[in-house]
Design a protein around this ligand. Structure first.
Ligand code: BG6
Length: 529
């Protein structure tokens, strides 16, 4: 891939500078081919929380700028604690300004388009109330029934303990009934992770929700699927002829999936103590990446086709064995304090902040190919990527260059913070002798496309309004994912051991040994940009 080639698709996205400020009907605002979503009332439970401030509001704002929200859009933020709508909006508006000005933020746009914010904020209202109080649900019902469309999305941006009571009340107050009108009004439920803490609790939660809503009304979010770079994995695999023929056990040696963070638990000690890195990242985010890279080609890019192939893939994951999993916890190091010294963390905590696993997929395509997954807090670098390593050539005809001396071909799908792909391969080193040298070809999205402010929830919110479930998790897939990791969560021989690693390091040495057993090594977290 050459960096001087320019993309030629005239239907590709509009430049970031192509902005509006007057709501969704301004011309030339929407990314090509996209239409505004149908009108609806979006009810956000947890309006005072971090998710609403950091992700949902900036995403709604970006959708406004792109002209993808309807004039009939109305947003009701529910939270306990009396507050005026104005105070709530001032707070959200201020954060939006900060994110827009922050170059490191995915919402960076330089400055907020006041007209767009005015358009959006004039459609937002705050409702004080407890998540378990019946009067809140009656008030919501009245508001929603009064709208000409009757459409509503209930977004549960709350702690998992509130999922069941909120869904139950939505159900009991008739807020999830879709068939009362003949005009096809919709009622949808958006649920954040963690969806359960193991197989039994996820089954239980699914069963509870499905008493009150149909599966087609439930949108289980995994925000990794909102990332363009993750969605692009399917495009790279299936819109190019060169990958699919080699994308199988005959040619692929192994795959490494990494989600390393430099951040620690950032004030989420209480949540993290109960969750740990494995539950927080592996059966959800990392399995989603695994599915994107390993699923069979769907017949089309519609919800049932894609989700059906994903479900097959999750079913084929060989249940993880505790001996193939390593847990770690960061200790004091160059990059900061020990996990045990973080606020709200027990001084003798055995919660893991790092997890690595060797995973196999029992199907025709992948039998015998190891997928190595790792994730951790306070690591040496922030890096989310999938590295697909090809087998070495069977024989090297050039004298003096044994096959083993060659760098294997590695195709890397780079998700964060770099956005793009990289290919490592071999060429002849210039000179009189036939010597091989390893080189690298890199593609960066922003060399070819204008970057848009995107926090990752835009597509998910928009798709939910449209009723497109492709990027959301079906009940069976959630359960198969938990099923695949259940032995690690409930190991027969007692709790998993947790090994120390220095804050700012590469994870525990035991994780290196996991790969060394197979004659392999983790790809370095730093360098190779
Ligand atoms: C969240 C986890 O779901 O994903 C966090 O709860 C983690 O612990 C985050 O930091 C990672 O997401 P991203 O998009 O920042 O890579």
């Amino acid at each position: 891939m050459s960096n001087d080639a320019k993309h030629t698709d005239s239907s590709s996205r509009q430049p970031a500078s192509c902005k509006i400020g007057a709501g969704p009907h301004a011309q030339a605002a929407s990314p090509a081919g996209k239409r505004p979503a149908p009108p609806c009332t979006l009810v956000i439970f947890g309006a005072g929380g971090d998710l609403t401030k950091r992700l949902l509001t900036p995403s709604l704002y970006n959708l406004t700028v792109d002209g993808l929200l309807d004039d009939g859009m109305h947003i009701i933020g529910v939270n306990h604690g009396e507050r005026e709508t104005k105070a709530w909006l001032d707070d959200l508006g201020q954060s939006l300004q900060q994110f827009a000005a922050d170059k490191a933020s995915e919402s960076h746009t330089g400055k907020v388009d006041e007209k767009a914010w005015k358009w959006l904020s004039s459609r937002m209202e705050y409702m004080a109330g407890e998540f378990e109080a019946d009067d809140v649900f009656e008030a919501l019902k009245q508001r929603i029934e009064k709208t000409p469309h009757g459409n509503a999305i209930f977004y549960l941006a709350v702690g998992a303990r509130f999922f069941r009571p909120i869904v139950e009340r939505l159900g009991k107050h008739g807020l999830l009934k879709e068939d009362a009108h003949s005009d096809g009004r919709f009622r949808r439920l958006v649920i954040e992770k963690p969806f359960g803490t193991d197989l039994a609790s996820a089954r239980d939660l699914n069963a509870h929700i499905l008493q009150y809503a149909k599966e087609s009304q439930v949108y289980r979010i995994d925000h990794f699927l909102g990332k363009d770079t993750v969605q692009s994995i399917l495009a790279v695999r299936f819109a190019n002829a060169m990958f699919e023929p080699v994308w199988r056990r005959e040619y692929i040696d192994s795959v490494q999936i990494t989600a390393a963070e430099t951040l620690g638990v950032e004030g989420r000690g209480k949540f993290y103590e109960q969750t740990g890195a494995f539950r927080d990242m592996v059966p959800n985010h990392l399995f989603q990446l695994l599915a994107m890279v390993a699923l069979e080609p769907p017949n089309s890019f519609d919800a049932e086709a894609v989700r059906g192939k994903k479900a097959e893939l999750f079913d084929a994951i060989e249940p993880l064995k505790p001996k193939d999993v390593v847990f770690g916890q960061y200790e004091k190091g160059d990059a900061g304090v020990a996990y045990r010294d973080e606020p709200d963390v027990a001084r003798d905590s055995t919660t893991e902040t790092y997890a690595a696993a060797r995973v196999f997929i029992d199907n025709w395509r992948w039998a015998g190919v190891p997928f190595y997954l790792r994730t951790g807090k306070r690591m040496a670098a922030r890096r989310t990527e999938i590295a697909v390593q090809l087998k070495r050539v069977p024989f090297l005809m050039f004298r003096g260059s044994p096959v083993e001396s060659l760098t294997p071909n590695v195709f890397t799908l780079r998700i964060d913070p770099a956005h793009g792909t990289r290919f490592d391969f071999n060429v002849k080193i210039p000179g009189p002798t036939m010597q091989m040298g390893a080189v690298r070809s890199t593609f960066n999205y922003n060399d070819f496309f204008d970057e848009r402010a995107n926090v990752g929830y835009e597509t998910l919110l928009y798709d939910c309004m449209l009723g497109d479930e492709t990027l959301f998790q079906r009940a069976d897939s959630i359960e198969s994912s938990w099923c695949a990791v259940d032995r690690v969560l409930h190991p027969e021989g007692g709790a998993m051991q947790v090994h120390g690693y220095p804050a700012g390091g590469n994870g525990p040495v035991q994780a290196d040994e996991l790969l060394a057993r197979d004659g392999r090594a983790w790809r370095p977290l730093q360098g190779a940009e």
